[in-house]
Design a protein around this ligand. Structure first.
Ligand SMILES: [Zn+2]
Length: 638
């Protein structure tokens, strides 16, 4: 394990405030007590200790376990709070702050405190080991990029306000990277022969995103660590293999993180490319809606999802007629108005501005436009609803009386649910007037039909006809087939066996480390706090000494602590001079998976108490058996 304790490692000594520990080691575990009351070494003495020549003989031999003062609660910085922050809504936000894992510096930027960093690094270690297992090679690229390379790829504009940009003292434009397609592709220019392919490259590195509304603790931030990887192949078949490899690696990663992540079809957004799968963790704190069919397993982001609609029999109104609708401004009002029509017989007209061009997006009266679908279909970079002024300028009326009938010279994109329909009602582009008897083919210059509508819960699955549900989710990972989008614009190509120039076929794959940590907190908690999965818990086990006044308890606690460390368990000794209730509450709040409680009464019987955090059920275990039991449980759970 990446983070498990390595008791014999001498380098840790320089992290402690005193090297006296070493002389207490092994022979007399209880001697640690003396260390706690000892005067800490001066900074200068510590510095001197940190040079190899000055180390005591024991350290150079390095075979004896060195107890780490850093794993004694009394010496650690674990600032747990009595109450969760008042402004926090997401459970992970509350518990990570309350448990002393994170602190906000400013909106969207968090400091990871020691506990938080331990969890973060354990998540990173799981991701790293699974990336290494598929043959990915680790890099570390700069966070600050020159504007030129982003301009070359065309994304300097695409990224809009999301990208942090700054100008250096020489006047050069730079940006803080949100992702690294451009930078990795630039490195791939050095691949010249097909023989070097395939390659999978990755890094775990800090990204920046100028999020307009940072919130929910680590879930929506402006600065975050991400694992991003990139595959380079000679052809689509190779990309398919590496995409599937990543898919499988992600399934293993989320399994090891105990995250119930489901792969779902997704929009490619600003990344471009064809295939796109998100790994979604159901959670009320999420920001994505996933459409899911329990019967056949269909799952897609609402930005991409489709459903089967029952046909609507058209009303038998053949003649296009304008009728007065004083004060009618909504679909619901038109449904009730004299001469009006039910929502399924209305056209809803959304006036949008796509890269400065007025565009009408049409959906059925009872449907909602999904803007991401419109963006994916058109490839528009900047997309927004028209202002009332723009609407009046282009259509001659205010919102509420708008429609596409007899509109010329404006791009009109209609949802397929309107194709072939007739007998419809819609606004007449004249305040207080509507049309009835609208025939789509006859009366509207539809430029193109495209899936624009947002699927609703309860609609029928396109695959199997069963009812669809919508689940709120956290996006924990995302894998894309990029194709040659970046290699073409940046000139990354190789010569194939026939000496022909071929652009590299790329994939791009991301997992947010802090977000994975937050998703685990969202998924694993109860009223008393966090319940970390063993694989990413800040410590795997805590030994709680109930009474420091009881010498036998202290001796037993120290001995157990040393033994568990030697067995490779990531253990913390709660040696604080505090009430037992406080210690129990803190251990539960920060979510350590296993607690061993050493109390004077049980100890008289040669026993300790063992409490898994997940069940909260305490059992008595013989002090001779407890180490084997913990090692067995934790080894299995890792
Ligand atoms: Zn289905």
């Amino acid at each position: 394990m990446w983070f498990s304790s390595t008791p014999a490692a001498p380098r840790r000594c320089s992290l402690t405030s005193s090297c006296d520990d070493a002389e207490d080691v092994g022979a007399n575990p209880a001697g640690i007590l003396r260390e706690q009351s000892a005067t800490p070494a001066s900074p200068a003495a510590t510095l001197a200790m940190s040079t190899k020549d000055n180390l005591p003989e024991d350290h150079r031999l390095a075979n004896k376990p060195v107890p780490f003062r850093t794993m004694r609660w009394s010496n650690l910085f674990i600032p747990t709070l009595r109450d969760a922050p008042a402004d926090a809504e997401a459970v992970s936000h509350k518990l990570l702050v309350q448990g002393g894992f994170i602190r906000q510096l400013h909106a969207g930027h968090y400091s990871l405190l020691p506990l938080g960093f331990r969890v973060h690094e354990k998540v990173a270690a799981v991701v790293r080991s699974e990336m290494d297992a598929i043959g990915a090679q680790e890099f570390r690229l700069p966070a600050m990029h020159p504007a030129a390379i982003w301009k070359k790829s065309g994304r300097w504009d695409v990224m809009g306000d999301e990208m942090f940009r700054l100008i250096d003292r020489k006047g050069a434009e730079t940006a803080l990277g949100m992702t690294h397609e451009e930078i990795f592709t630039d490195l791939a220019l050095e691949i010249t022969s097909y023989k070097a392919l395939p390659q999978i490259w990755y890094q775990i590195q800090t990204k920046f995103r100028d999020e307009p509304r940072p919130k929910s603790g680590l879930l929506r931030v402006r600065e975050f660590d991400m694992k991003d990887s990139y595959s380079f192949d000679i052809d689509d078949a190779g990309l398919d293999i590496n995409f599937d490899r990543h898919h499988d690696a992600y399934v293993r990663i989320f399994d090891r993180l105990s995250l119930p992540a489901m792969p779902v079809q997704a929009s490619s957004g600003a990344m471009g490319g064809s295939g796109s799968i998100e790994f979604m963790v159901p959670s009320p704190a999420g920001e994505d809606d996933v459409v899911r069919c329990a019967a056949c397993g269909y799952a897609a982001n609402v930005e991409r999802a489709t459903s089967a609609l029952p046909p609507i029999p058209d009303r038998d109104i053949a003649e296009l007629t304008k009728f007065p609708t004083p004060g009618v401004r909504t679909i619901a009002a038109l449904a009730k108005a004299e001469g009006g029509a039910g929502a399924v017989h209305q056209i809803k007209t959304m006036v949008m501005v796509l890269d400065d061009a007025i565009t009408l997006a049409l959906v059925r009266g009872d449907h909602q436009l999904n803007v991401q679908k419109l963006q994916d279909h058109t490839g528009a970079i900047d997309i927004r609803p028209a202002t009332p002024e723009e609407t009046v300028e282009h259509l001659g009326a205010s919102p509420g009386s708008l429609g596409p009938v007899q509109v010329d010279g404006i791009r009109i994109i209609a949802d397929p649910s309107l194709e072939g329909r007739s007998g419809l009602a819609t606004g007449a582009n004249e305040d207080d007037w509507h049309w009835s008897g609208v025939d789509i083919a006859r009366d509207i210059n539809v430029t193109e039909f495209a899936d624009l509508r947002e699927v609703r819960a309860g609609e029928s699955c396109s695959n199997c006809g069963e009812k669809l549900e919508i689940v709120r989710c956290i996006e924990a990972g995302h894998i894309f087939k990029l194709g040659t989008k970046y290699s073409e614009v940046l000139g990354a190509h190789v010569l194939d066996p026939d000496g022909e120039k071929r652009h590299l076929v790329m994939g791009s794959y991301g997992i947010g480390i802090g977000r994975g940590m937050a998703a685990a907190a969202e998924t694993h908690h109860d009223d008393n706090g966090l319940i970390w999965p063993v694989s990413i818990a800040p410590y795997e086990a805590v030994i709680t000494i109930v009474s420091l006044k009881d010498e036998a308890s202290v001796t037993a606690g120290e001995a157990l602590y040393n033994e568990l460390q030697q067995r490779g368990i990531d253990v913390i000794l709660d040696d604080r001079d505090a009430r037992a209730g406080v210690k129990f509450a803190d251990a539960e709040l920060i979510g350590i998976p296993y607690r061993v409680t050493i109390g004077p009464k049980a100890l008289v019987d040669g026993e300790v108490e063992f409490t898994p955090r997940a069940t909260g059920e305490t059992s008595r275990v013989g002090i001779d058996a407890i180490v084997d039991q913990i090692v067995a449980e934790i080894t299995t759970a890792r």
